[in-house]
Design a protein around this ligand. Sequence first.
Ligand SMILES: Nc1ncnc2c1ncn2[C@@H]1O[C@H](COP(=O)(O)OP(=O)(O)OP(=O)(O)O)[C@@H](O)[C@H]1O
Length: 266
Amino acid sequence: MFRVQNGVFGYEREDRILNGIDFSLAEGKILTILGPNGAGKTTLLKCMVGLLKWQDGRSLLEDRPVPQIPAAEFWKKVSYVPQAKNFAVPYSVREMVVMGRAPYIGVFSVPGKMDYEIATETMASLGILHLQNKQCSRISGGELQLALIARALVAGPKLVILDEPESHLDFRNQLLVLEKLQWVATEKGISCVINTHYPENAFRISDRTLMLGRGKRYVFGETREVITEENLREFFGVRVRILPFREGERDFNTIFPVELANTAFL
Ligand SMILES: Nc1ncnc2c1ncn2[C@@H]1O[C@H](COP(=O)(O)OP(=O)(O)OP(=O)(O)O)[C@@H](O)[C@H]1O
């Protein structure tokens, strides 16, 4: 449903950060993007949705080149969730969530009954309805992240793109946000692209992973083929052990950092 073909980008023309990026994401699947600080993860998200312009190559949504899709139509199908830490608005959770209906509301109009009903339903499905009258500046980081996800969902998107949704959250809230995102993908059939700093989280919820390194290198594929001891050593400069274990019916992986590794690229 979404793909990037030969994506090339650099803030300075001669100094490219992204080179020849190719990947695709099917409906209802989760893609995580991993990589060290400064590798270009946020830049990739911005290029994907057209906030930055690819210098070569293109993004396609449902087989249509993104620049050819009218903005009003595009933002009904794609929602972008920024990092919660940069997000301080003087609104109640309910007002903030209903703003996600903007692509359906005329420039000179205000949200109607139906918009509020959709917002209420979405907050309830994410378990945050009890917060609806609280100010966004007075809720916890985890609650704010769920409110931002609710705001993204009220437009009824086919693709949600999230920039580090579980950063700055405690252990439990990380799990809560990850489980809600899995629910969004599997129950609602919405595809998700998630920037994360946590390989274990990527292992836990993603179908595909794109690991981005400095110096224009990347690997893309099935998560368990991309998150390997070799790739983590090469891309992050850390020697890790990946330790699989089974709990009930489910398989998990612990990724344990053993020591810094010397690599030519870092
Ligand atoms: N507006 C800009 N103009 C010039 N260079 C930029 C701009 N934004 C980012 N960069 C540079 O591009 C590179 C990639 O930045 P980006 O924010 O995409 O990395 P990232 O992988 O998301 O990093 P982090 O994990 O630290 O959030 C960095 O070297 C950064 O300094």
